[in-house]
Design a protein around this ligand. Structure first.
Ligand SMILES: *Cc1c(COP(=O)(O)O)cnc(C)c1O
Length: 427
């Protein structure tokens, strides 16, 4: 039985039996007991479902992953220790040394670095494409050794909106899956699988947790990509895994289960980037109110963006919910119920104005974080990018007066009044 998304946020992934705990139990145990070696052997051979060591699987994590799979409309999911681990696993589950990735150029900086520096050291190359490129330009980025396409529904912090259908068409025309990082909208705002994405990733650290409590990630498989139809491209899924008793994942687990089973059995086994059951429990508390919170984050983001757009000291506001925004049309298509709580804006007075503005904020805290219940903001020029000159910043598309504000769950009028008084202090 499948329910509407609000109900899945609250009740998905875990249905207790008679007399069992109402809330998902935290299984705080590294290991699990068996009566016979034969019983345990079946688990090692992936012949039976069950638990033997928490680095591979834990019941708490599995319940929470199952909820996220239901939310995204996928067939299988897994949790990871962080969003970075989810991004890495989602690509490395498909790519080996000598392979190639096509990625949107506006993806999160951590993912950009992962692909362009760290995965490059593993012999995996990449071509970055402007998310607004034509289909022709996009198709030209593919090579015979391309194994996946990576994009972000709403990019952090660029706030570009991905044309998921365009990217899915190009990926599928070249026989590879589209991976979409859906961290910012969450499945409450957009379900990329419905638009053609094959794999969805999350930094659950952001809105899914939503309270600034636990770093985590998730990977969801749509179950729609036919690995066997492109068997020569994905030998890791379509030929026997000698490190796992000669299992061929795509044969044994089918389209619905092959990707996540391989990712768990190989990558989690070898890299060990597991989310702790305690953190999975916190994550689930966040998920229980995700639908309620996202509506408020979007409402506050929209109100703050509209206020800033009409303010004389503000040069430019970037927010997909504003009618004048470059991505408004795409946002209306993919994010009809609102985009997110993150707004970025450029102060006319540059670095100095940003510094005075930030200093005078009372409610909004200065933090390297987004998607928290509490409003926070950051001026890249005086913090994360402080080593760069104004000219270098402008070239990177980050004006010195740029402020990224993540609107929390407070009353929107309090947020606007706080911003207004801090702008008053700017010369
Ligand atoms: C934060 C973030 C990540 C990285 O996630 P961590 O949980 O910090 O490792 C990846 N993608 C997006 C869009 C993010 O915002």
């Amino acid at each position: 039985m499948s329910y509407r998304i609000e109900t899945t946020c609250v009740q998905g992934g875990y249905t207790p039996g008679n007399g069992e705990p109402r809330q998902i139990p935290i299984v705080q145990s590294t290991t699990f007991k068996y009566a016979t070696s034969e019983a345990m052997g079946k688990l090692f051979d992936l012949e039976d479902n069950g638990y033997f060591y928490t680095r591979l699987q834990n019941p708490t994590n599995d319940h929470v992953a199952a909820k996220i799979a239901q939310l995204e409309g996928g067939t299988a999911a897994m949790l990871t220790s962080s969003g970075q681990a989810a991004s890495f696993f989602s690509m490395f589950n498909l790519c080996s040394c000598g392979d190639h990735i096509v990625a949107s150029s506006t993806i999160y900086g951590g993912t950009f670095n992962l692909i362009s520096v760290t995965m490059a050291r593993m012999g995996i190359s990449a071509t970055f494409v402007d998310p607004d490129c034509t289909e022709e330009e996009l198709n030209a980025a593919f090579r015979p050794n391309t194994k996946c396409v990576f994009g972000e529904t709403i990019a952090n912090p660029a706030l570009t909106v991905l044309d998921i259908e365009k990217f899915a068409r190009a990926a599928h025309a070249h026989g590879v899956p589209l991976i979409v990082d859906n961290t910012f909208p969450t499945p409450v705002g957009c379900r990329p699988i419905e638009w053609g994405a094959d794999i969805v990733t999350h930094s659950t650290t952001k809105y899914m947790d939503g309270h600034g409590v636990a770093v985590g990630g998730a990977i969801v498989d749509s179950g729609k990509f036919d690995w066997m139809a492109h068997a020569e491209k994905f030998p890791g899924l379509t030929t026997p895994d000698e490190s796992y008793h000669g299992i061929t994942y795509a044969e044994k687990f089918g389209m619905a289960g092959a990707f996540i089973t391989k990712c768990t059995a190989q990558l989690m086994r070898d890299f060990g980037a597991i989310q702790s059951p305690q953190n999975a429990f916190y994550l689930n508390l966040g998920l229980e109110s995700l639908h309620v919170r996202m509506a408020r984050h979007c409402e506050n983001g929209q109100a703050v963006a509209e206020f800033l757009a009409g303010h004389p000291k503000v040069a430019k506001v970037t927010y997909p919910g504003l009618p004048g925004d470059k991505y408004h049309a795409l946002a209306q298509k993919y994010l009809p119920n609102g985009s997110c709580g993150v707004v970025s804006f450029d102060l006319k007075g540059g670095r100095q104005a940003a510094s005075v503005f930030m200093k005078n904020l009372k409610l909004a805290a200065i933090e390297t974080h987004v998607a928290d219940a509490r409003t926070c903001c950051l001026n890249p020029a005086t913090s994360t990018h402080r080593q760069m000159t104004d000219e270098q910043l402008a070239a990177a598309g980050i004006p010195a007066g740029l402020v990224r504000m993540s609107c929390g769950l407070e009353n929107k009028n309090d947020l606007i009044e706080d911003i207004a008084q801090a702008l008053d202090a700017v010369e």
